[in-house]
Design a protein around this ligand. Structure first.
Ligand SMILES: NC(=O)C1=CN([C@@H]2O[C@H](COP(=O)(O)OP(=O)(O)OC[C@H]3O[C@@H](n4cnc5c(N)ncnc54)[C@H](O)[C@@H]3O)[C@@H](O)[C@H]2O)C=CC1
Ligand SMILES: O=C([O-])CC(=O)C(=O)O
Length: 340
């Protein structure tokens, strides 16, 4: 139970409001994958999850049978890889987490995954729009900067888009930033709250060290680069066997827990995430990752980027240029290739 304690301890210390709703079904789409399996395990360890629905195009029931023996209260069910199985897995879900899709190999960018993952995410988004239109949707599948806009378009086409319930999971960038800083400063990563804004790939990932306990780090180009390209470190080390799975599972479990805590009435839950955001809409950028306060209805409040220094301002400008193209690519794909 160590992992569960580390991931969920902060939330468990806080009190629930009287209106708390404590039944929570969580669905994982892509549950038999490198991320999906450890993520499902961590969700089984989360006392806030009462029902865990595991779906994959292969192996969902097997992972579910395995995870279901873990002696926590929640019920786990695996679903057959059919349209009916998918619809059943989604029905009544409060949170749907989507790590379905192919991972990178060395030499690839996240954008190189677009051709495969765009249609996978589009089709799963369609199933969500039909069977769980009110669920919180947590998108892990890359390229997040494009897959999140694709989901929005699919939901809009069906008249059920709620921008407060769609999240691109950027938690791993925050997790990495705090860990990398702690390695340099010799501190406990738990005490390092590093805000990371923008998107989730390369230069669109912008850590704001000037807002942390260590403003001196903003001029540490090597550290900034490590946060922006932390995913590459893992892809290279895995040498063709995929990308980050275990750290991502932890990050996905943390984001899911945050959404559930807020849904169950906890106040002041803030997690950075890539959402439909007003922050740069005047520049034609509809999605942006920043600190988001969560509530019973999903996004409660999108916090401003806040004061940044000259180094960070330059990073944000580079981020916005890339982000705009990534978002437009997702929107254009959805328009040209509507879900059937
Ligand atoms: N947002 C983030 O911070 C991160 C995102 N990722 C992304 O997560 C995705 C998954 O990575 P891994 O788990 O390592 O890949 P994986 O290949 O190990 O697992 C993917 C799973 O998705 C399943 N799948 C494929 N199409 C599906 C469909 N239509 N419906 C249901 N399941 C389907 C596969 O059968 C497989 O089990 C990749 O796109 C990767 O780039 C990875 C790490 C971090
Ligand atoms: O690097 C990748 O392709 C997977 C990912 O998004 C990450 O580890 O941040």
């Amino acid at each position: 139970m160590f992992a569960a304690r580390a991931v969920f301890a902060a939330g468990q210390r806080r009190a629930f409001s009287a209106s708390a709703r404590n039944l929570s079904k969580v669905t994982v789409l892509g549950a038999a994958g490198g991320i999906g399996q450890p993520l499902s395990l961590l969700l089984k360890l989360n006392p806030r999850v009462t029902e865990l629905a595991l779906y994959d195009i292969r192996g969902g029931p097997g992972v579910a049978a395995d995870v279901s023996h873990v002696n926590t209260k929640s019920n786990v069910k695996g679903y057959e890889p059919t349209a009916a199985g998918l619809a059943e897995a989604l029905k009544g879900s409060d949170v749907v987490v989507i790590p379905a899709g192919v991972p990178r190999k060395p030499g690839m960018t996240r954008d190189d995954l677009f051709n495969t993952n765009a249609s996978i995410v589009r089709d799963l988004a369609k199933a969500c729009a039909e069977s769980a239109p009110d669920a919180n949707l947590l998108i892990i599948a890359n390229p997040v900067n494009s897959t999140v806009p694709i989901c929005a378009e699919v939901f809009k086409a069906r008249g059920v888009y709620n921008p407060k319930r769609l999240f691109g999971v950027t938690t791993l960038d925050v997790v990495r930033a705090s860990r990398f800083v702690s390695e340099i400063k010799g501190t406990d990563p738990v005490d390092e709250n590093i805000t990371v804004v923008g998107g989730h790939s390369g230069v669109t990932i912008v850590p704001l060290f000037s807002q942390s306990n260590h403003p001196d780090l903003t001029s540490n180009a090597e550290l900034v680069n490590r946060v922006q390209f932390g995913g590459d470190e893992v892809v290279k080390a895995k040498d063709g066997a995929g990308s980050a799975t275990l750290s991502m599972a932890m990050a996905g479990a943390r984001m899911t827990d945050a959404v559930l805590r807020a849904a169950q009435g906890e106040k002041g839950v803030v997690e950075p995430s890539f959402v439909d955001s007003p922050l740069y809409k005047d520049q034609g950028i509809d999605f942006f990752a920043s600190k988001v306060e969560l509530g019973p209805n999903g996004v409660e409040k999108i916090l401003p980027v806040g004061a940044v220094d000259a180094n960070e301002q330059k990073l944000i400008e580079a981020c916005l240029a890339d982000l705009k193209k990534n978002i437009a690519k997702g929107v254009a794909f959805a328009a040209a290739n509507p879900a059937k």
